[in-house]
Design a protein around this ligand. Sequence first.
Ligand code: 3HC
Length: 703
Amino acid sequence: MSQAPVVRLEKDNDIGVIVVDYPPVNALGPGVADGIVDALNRGNADPEIRAMVLIGAGRSFIAGADIRGFGTGRKRAPLGSRTYDVMDRSAKPVVAAIHGYALGGGLENALGCHYRIAVPAAKVGLPEVQIGILPGGGGTQRLPRLVGPKVALDMITSGRHVPAPEALALGILDEVLPEGADLRSSAVAYARRVADIRPLPRVRDRAVPPYDPGLFDATRKAIARRARNQKAPYRCIEAVEAACTLPFEEGIARENEFFAELENSDEARALRYAFFAEREVAKLPDMPADIKPRDFHDPAVIGAGTMGGGIAMSFADFGYDVKIMDATEAALNRGMERIRNNYATSVKRGSLAQDDMERRLARIHPVAGYDDIKDCDIVVEAVFERMDVKKPVFAKLDEIMNPDALLFSNTSALDMDDLASVTGRAQNIAGTHFFSPANVMKLLEVVRPSKASPETMATAMAMGRKIGKISAMAGNTDGFVANRSRAPFNGEMVILLEEGCLPEQVDKVMVDFGYPMGPFAVGDLAGLDVGAEGRKRRAAANPNYRKLPIADRLVELGRFGQKTGAGWYRYEKGDRTPHPDPEVAAIIKQVIAELGTPQHDFTDQEILFRLLFSSVNEACRILEEGKAYRASDVDVMWLHGFGFPRYRGGLMYWADGIGVKNVYDQIERWHQQYGERWAPSRLLRHLAESGTPFREAKPAPFR
Ligand code: 3HC
């Protein structure tokens, strides 16, 4: 049976309608670009056709080049023969009719068209930088001609999706249709209106609008922090600069060179991997196909502390009315005040409009007690992280809530089976571990207790996505997947201090590696007392637990981090800048003297490997126990929960770059040197022996 063509040329009397039909998002997969070229040529050759429309079937215009084809040795069509070139040579006008997304090569095709119209909900953008490349279909040359280099630089170096009304104001679109208008018939009518206008308006013929020549260096400076260790953002700037200084064809040639250089760069490979890992993480291989997530309309949050407040904000930010309660009126008022302040800070920074803040705040409803939430369909509990505090809350919820209401706990480590056992509805209970600040961090770790129903789990995963999170499923194990895999790293970083490192030295290595902040500075931000609680609990349960006397000493001295003005660093009043503190160095020295630990010098690589390899080993244990579905899920959690540099793919992807055998050999050496805490996991040994990369590791069935 022959397959339906991915591009069709249909006729609406005198207008040719080129329909791209390559589900799900009309990426420029095999045959699509050729199909567009062929349709353009046929449209031009057909005397009945006066003008053409380029439109996408299904949910989107064109989402860009087919990323799956990148790095596979594919051949790109030579310059001069691409869709945009054929549009440039077209004797008849082409109107891009945009709905859904016009991204990357999608927007570049639209920029090759003579006119662009869109529905109000459409989005356009050049997100290539987010996958480690630059726009390679003329986007770096056409967009600056259309909107000026300043806007082009902003769009191309950020990759942001621009909503249609803004794209109209910027001049990217010629028209945004009224709400509810039919795109195809409107585009056909538009094409008919412009069919006889000559000369054809081509973006390439425009002169770049006047600009400040200092713009390029200023942009390089502005992105330096987030773009460190990466090439693509800088190539994006150079290419836009070329658009401003070189003739069109030469600019295109520059862009083409840069694209060829970047397509197979380490950062592009890692970022592509991250893109697909983020889509894979939503898939639950053992979920029965007929299970659908339940709809919910009326969420409630219990606990108006930092976490509860952030969770309530997440619901409100995504359009949900949410109720929030706390044990006392004073705590609730404090919580609401904090929420208000957080929004106000965003307004002050310019990232949120005042009326948006008011709308969001109005969706958060403080309520006095359980009676006010008893009809809610989803409750997220975010009270203090201790079983004896959470259990009575769950018992009470079980008593008053409708029997089918779902009860989720925001816990970062506690046993969800134990918590569910105080209720008579274990099938309706799951863990939903938010990361702090909950309204900002993208990760939602969804924890599956043993009795939770598939529908409960599907709903918890979907809930995360509905409030803008990336949901990732974890098994019920101490610390779940994210914190459990991170725990050895947290231990090693303090143990390094016993052996001669200083916090600022470790932090520098990790920031140079690509983290936005060093782990000690992060500890100060989160509060050192939080970790101390967990260590106490684990030490009580396990006599072999590796204590961290330096960290404990700091907490004993009341150095809880930023909130007390001192932690691993000292802080000036009202300022969050960490300053290395000679007092900390003295405390470390004192503990070292008490322990008698031998001291030595560390290379940066040793520091990096000590921290990350310990976590790789633990992640392997998690996989061998069936507490995660895939190594790539661990990567997604590290990217979105812990700020692991995205252009390094994720913890396990990065470790594959070092080589599984090299990781294993080093861990085995440390095992000899330091004893049991470095014992290699069974899975790690197996992978090293069989030469299997981490990302192809077969975990045990999820449980
Ligand atoms: N190439 C290949 N597959 C793609 C793709 C692309 N450009 N865009 C999306 N897909 C796939 C996804 O992997 C997913 O596949 P799956 O169902 O097998 O997991 C499916 O399409 C649906 O995607 P999402 O789940 O992400 O759907 P959403 O509706 O949530 O999001 C989207 C849609 C906003 C278009 C999002 O998919 C996206 O951001 N895609 C990438 C866009 C992009 O980066 N485009 C530029 C590509 S590079 C380029 O164009 C180079 C050019 O300059 C030469």
